[in-house]
Design a protein around this ligand. Structure first.
Ligand code: MN
Length: 495
C-alpha cells in the first residue's frame, strides 16, 4: 500500500496537508419488491405515489416483513467485497424528522450489520500499483421518499415511491488520500456491485449514491471532516473532493476552523455548500427494531448463495493480464461488457495470446466508440466482426494494410449489413491495401516536396520535425494508404 505522506499537498505557505477520504455508498438492491413491503421496488419512471402501500406510508399497525431477496443480494455483495455475510445481524430504528419519512424513523442496522470487514482492490494508473481499501461495514436499510420543491411555488410535494426501497450502505475506512483515488474506488465498487448482480447500477436514477467524508491534516491524526452528500457520478466525486481539499486548505491557512458539517455539491459550479451541522449517532436515538426479527444465516445457506455469484471483475482482470492486457484496458472492457459489448470478455479471453492485445486495442479505440454511438448495431454483426478480427490480424501481420487504413476498414465493416465473404477483395475494392509501389510513391513524394519547398528546406537544414509533416502530406495525397515507412525512406533519399 502507498504511504499517505506521498499525497501531501504543497501549499503556498509551505504548510503540508494530507487529505483523507472515506466513502459511504448507498447501493439500491435490485429486488422485485421493497425491503419490508410488497410494493414494487422499481421506481424509475412511475407516477408519484403509485408504488406504495400501508407499510411504506407508515400507517398505524402496519407490520414490516423482511424481503429474503434483499438478504440474498447482501450475501453476494459481501462476497464481492472479499468477505462473508455475518451469521447474525439485526435491525434498528434510526429516528429523524423529515416529511419524506412517514414513520419518523428509518429501519436500518446499527451495531450488528450484515457485513463487517472486507476490502476493495483497485488499480491506480498514476502510480501503476494496486491499492486495497478496507471496508468497515455494510448494512441493510430502507430508503426514504423524495421531497420535491416546485419552482416559484409556496408549497413542497412528497413522493413516497422510493420510500422503503432496499439499500445496502457500504462504508469504507478513511484510507483514500486523493480525489483520483476516491474516484477509482467508486468506479471499482460500481463494477463489483454490477458483476455480483446486486444492483441495476443506474447512476442517473441514483441506484448508487456516494457520500464522501473529506478531511485534511498535517500528521497522522484525522482532521475535522466535512461530508458531501449524494454524489451520483464518478466525475462529481472527483470534483467535489478536489474542491473540498482546496476549501479546507484555504481555511486552515488563514487560521480558520473547519466545522464538522454535511455539505451539498453544486454540479454546475463545481462547488460544495453547507447543508447542516453533522449529526452524531446519539442524535438519532437508535433502538432495536421490535417488529423485524434478527437475520440468522446458516453457513450452508451462505455457501449456496455464494455459488450462484457470476464471475467477478478480478477474475477477468487477472486473466486479461496474462494476455498482456493492462488494467486500464481491462476496466474499459469490463464496462463495455455491461453496456453494449455483452460477451466481449469471454471473446477476448478466447483469443490467441499473440493477437489479444492488438484486437483489444481495436475494440477499445474503434469498435466500442462506434457501438456506443449506434444503438442499432446487432449482436450478430458484432459476432461476425469479431470473427474477422483474426483475419484482419493476419493481414496486418503481412504488412498489407497500415494502421490508418485498418481504422477506416473496421469503421466501414460496421456499416455493412452483411459482412463480405472475401475480405481481401473487399479491402482492395475500397483501395485500402497499403500502397508499397515505389514508383507511384516516388511520384507522390516529388509532388509533395515541390508544393512544400519550405518544409523540405527546413528538413535539409536539420529540422527533423519537418519530415513528419511531409510524410503526413504524402499520406493525405495517397488517400491514406501509402506505406509510411517507404514514404519516409523516399523523402530521405531526396535530401
Ligand atoms: Mn444510510
Amino acid at each position: 500500500m502507498s504511504n499517505p505522506k506521498d499525497k501531501v499537498i504543497k501549499t503556498k505557505n509551505h504548510l503540508d496537508y494530507i487529505p483523507t477520504i472515506g466513502i459511504e455508498c448507498h447501493v439500491q438492491l435490485k429486488t422485485r419488491t421493497k425491503l419490508f413491503s410488497g410494493a414494487d421496488n422499481d421506481a424509475k419512471e412511475a407516477p408519484p405515489n403509485t408504488l406504495i402501500n400501508h407499510i411504506d406510508l407508515g400507517l398505524p399497525g402496519a407490520l414490516p416483513v423482511l424481503n429474503k431477496e434483499a438478504v440474498v443480494l447482501a450475501i453476494k455483495a459481501a462476497k464481492a467485497l472479499n468477505t462473508r455475510a455475518s451469521n447474525f445481524s439485526k435491525f434498528d430504528r434510526k429516528h429523524y424528522f423529515y416529511p419524506d419519512l412517514p414513520m419518523g424513523y428509518q429501519i436500518s442496522q446499527f451495531d450488528e450489520p450484515i457485513i463487517l470487514g472486507g476490502h476493495v482492490r483497485f488499480f491506480d494508473p498514476t502510480s501503476k500499483e494496486f491499492k486495497i481499501i478496507n471496508i468497515t461495514r455494510a448494512h441493510l436499510e430502507s430508503d426514504a421518499g423524495k421531497n420535491i420543491h416546485p419552482d416559484k411555488k409556496n408549497y413542497s410535494l412528497v413522493d413516497l415511491n422510493r420510500a422503503g426501497t432496499p439499500l445496502l450502505e457500504i462504508v469504507s475506512e478513511p484510507e483514500l488520500h486523493s480525489a483520483a483515488e476516491a474516484r477509482l474506488y467508486a468506479e471499482k465498487l460500481y463494477l463489483l456491485m454490477r458483476y455480483a448482480e446486486v444492483t441495476e447500477g443506474n447512476l442517473y436514477y441514483g441506484n448508487m449514491r456516494f457520500d464522501v467524508n473529506v478531511s485534511i491534516s498535517k500528521d497522522n491524526t484525522l482532521g475535522t471532516r466535512a461530508e458531501i452528500k449524494n454524489l451520483n457520478s464518478f466525475r462529481s466525486i472527483e470534483r467535489a473532493v478536489n474542491y473540498e481539499i482546496t476549501r479546507q486548505t484555504k481555511l486552515l491557512n488563514s487560521n480558520q476552523k473547519i466545522i464538522q458539517e454535511t455539505r451539498g455539491f453544486n454540479d454546475q459550479q463545481g462547488t460544495t455548500y453547507s447543508l447542516r451541522s453533522k449529526e452524531n449517532a446519539d442524535d438519532y436515538r437508535y433502538m432495536p427494531e421490535p417488529d423485524v426479527p434478527p437475520i440468522i444465516l446458516e453457513n450452508d445457506f451462505i455457501d449456496k448463495v455464494e455459488k450462484e455469484i457470476p464471475k467477478l471483475p478480478d477474475y477477468y482482470t487477472d486473466r486479461l493480464r496474462k494476455l498482456d492486457i493492462d488494467e486500464v484496458s481491462s476496466y474499459i472492457l469490463l464496462d463495455y461488457e455491461l453496456e453494449e459489448g455483452k460477451g466481449v470478455l469471454e471473446y477476448v479471453l478466447g483469443l490467441p495470446e499473440s493477437d489479444a492485445k492488438a484486437i483489444v486495442n481495436w475494440i477499445i479505440n474503434i469498435e466500442s466508440p462506434i457501438v456506443l454511438n449506434n444503438p442499432n448495431i446487432s449482436s450478430e454483426l458484432l459476432k461476425k466482426i469479431h470473427n474477422i478480427y483474426l483475419s484482419l490480424r493476419a493481414i496486418t501481420k503481412e504488412g498489407l494494410i497500415n494502421s490508418n487504413s485498418i481504422k477506416e476498414l473496421i469503421k466501414k465493416l460496421f456499416q455493412e449489413k452483411n459482412i463480405p465473404e472475401d475480405l481481401k477483395q473487399y479491402i482492395s475494392k475500397l483501395g485500402l491495401f497499403q500502397n508499397s509501389d515505389s514508383d507511384e510513391l516516388d511520384q507522390l513524394v516529388s509532388k509533395v516536396i515541390k508544393e512544400n519547398q519550405k518544409a523540405f528546406n527546413d528538413l535539409k537544414s536539420g529540422q527533423q520535425k519537418a519530415i513528419g509533416f511531409l510524410i503526413g502530406e504524402v499520406m493525405k495525397e495517397s488517400g491514406g494508404n501509402a506505406n509510411p515507412g517507404m514514404v519516409k525512406t523516399l523523402i530521405e533519399k531526396k535530401l
